[in-house]
Design a protein around this ligand. Structure first.
Ligand code: C5P
Length: 398
């Protein structure tokens, strides 16, 4: 379940071309179960009309400080009163400047000044405006005032230039807002994880791999980041976007994955092995493509290092979490792996329940026994795993 569900979000839209993305954001917020109220600045209304936002939010749209529709004529107070957050997207350079100086000359700026709820801005502007010293100062000032800033990103801009200042996409803003409402149970922790498959080359075009979509590992990396952790995700080849706030390091083979994990490990509080690491690799990788012949072909395989077992066996081992996907006898195999690898926590699932799909049913195993989590979307399962992990860390006094 999305953390924005049931929350009242005021979306402020100021006058930038990225206002078109705000329309999609309002739609996504509504779909995720939020109650959305839109406040349009005069500039914002030049890019997208109130009619669009009214249709998408299902609520009246507010633009005027003197709007007589509020019975007490106090739209600037009432709109923010029981809101969970105000999100200004796009926030222009001018709006940020006015916010930094406490200006209150239209409905949105007055609402932001008169609020006692969290304020988030998603800047959108040309790269030179973003890099200009006054904007730098203003962004620093609003941050110091406790305003949260989402983005901006680098990329192609409406003006034809390429650089920093592009507003995050609607999906990214929703993801960040969902993260904003997640309790920060892993704040100050560093989490290193693996996800996805490994690929063990036979020759330049062939190899041995495991089937792994990487979805569970990526969902868990996102959930850890949303819970406030610093996350390094060492990932095999998958076609998934990098979750917000996660540092991804790509690794193809098990040996590369091991090297990347060991490099990321200093300072880690937690290590989570979600990757489907190939147990064996070809003893030799042919430099050139093997040619077909009528004969049988024999490959000699050699065992790969067990990354998780190696990390868990270190004298300075972080809190280690394993995963086990089994096709049968889940309890016995999962608990066996947990004990063999000396892990305080392991997450098990039946291959038939989770592999490749968007939902999963998992059981968490720890020293206290087995703890089934309800079947849910992988994002939600990941939040449940983080809750359990945070509880065990706290109980262990780590
Ligand atoms: O392959 P196995 O079932 O033993 O995997 C259990 C756990 O160990 C998983 O968390 C997996 O990521 C990790 N593992 C690893 N290196 C390997 C094999 C497994 O880190 N070579």
């Amino acid at each position: 379940m999305s953390t924005v569900r049931g929350r009242k979000i005021v979306v402020g839209v100021t006058g930038g071309v990225a206002a078109y993305k705000a329309a999609e954001l309002v739609r996504l917020l509504g779909k995720a179960g939020a109650e959305v109220h839109v406040v349009l600045s005069e500039g914002g209304a030049r890019f997208v009309t109130a009619v669009t936002f009214q249709a998408l939010s299902g609520n009246p749209v507010w633009t005027d400080l003197w709007d007589a529709r509020m019975p007490n004529n106090m739209a600037h107070i009432n709109l923010g009163r029981d809101a969970d957050a105000i999100l200004v997207a796009p926030a222009t350079a001018d709006f940020i400047a006015r916010l930094a100086h406490g200006m209150a000359d239209d409905l949105l700026s007055t609402l932001c000044l008169a609020r006692d709820v969290p304020l988030i801005v998603a800047p959108a502007m040309n790269r030179q405006m973003w890099e200009a010293p006054p904007t730098r100062r203003n962004v620093e000032a609003i941050r110091a005032d406790g305003v949260t800033v989402f983005g901006p990103a680098a990329g192609e801009q409406a003006c034809g230039e390429v650089g920093m200042g592009r507003m995050l996409e609607a999906e990214e803003l929703l993801e960040q807002l969902e993260g904003f409402f997640v309790p920060k149970r892993l704040a100050g922790r560093k989490v290193v994880m693996t996800a996805g498959p490994t690929f063990e080359a036979i020759d330049p075009v062939r190899g041995i791999t495991n089937i792994s979509s990487g979805k569970m590992g990526y969902a868990l990396a996102r959930a850890c980041a949303q819970a406030g952790a610093e996350v390094v995700l060492v990932s095999g080849a998958v076609a998934l976007p990098v979750p917000a706030g996660v540092q991804r390091v790509l690794a193809t083979s098990a040996l590369q994955m091991r090297t990347a994990v060991l490099e990321a490990l200093p300072g880690a509080d937690v290590f989570i092995g979600v990757a489907a690491v190939a147990d064996y690799r070809p003893l030799e990788t042919a430099e050139h493509k093997l040619k077909k012949s009528g004969d049988t072909l024999t490959l000699t395989l050699t065992p790969n290092p067990d990354i998780l077992a190696e990390v868990a066996a270190r004298p300075d081992a972080p809190f280690c979490v394993g995963f086990a996907a089994e096709s049968r006898d889940l309890d016995a195999y999962a608990e066996g792996k947990r004990r063999n690898k000396r892990l305080p926590m392991l997450v098990g699932n039946l291959v038939s329940d989770g592999m490749g799909g968007d939902d999963n049913t998992v059981i968490v195993y720890d020293d206290a026994g087995r703890h089934p989590l309800p079947r849910a979307a992988k994002a939600e399962v990941a939040q449940g795993i983080v809750e359990h992990l945070a509880g065990l860390l706290a109980a262990a006094g780590r």
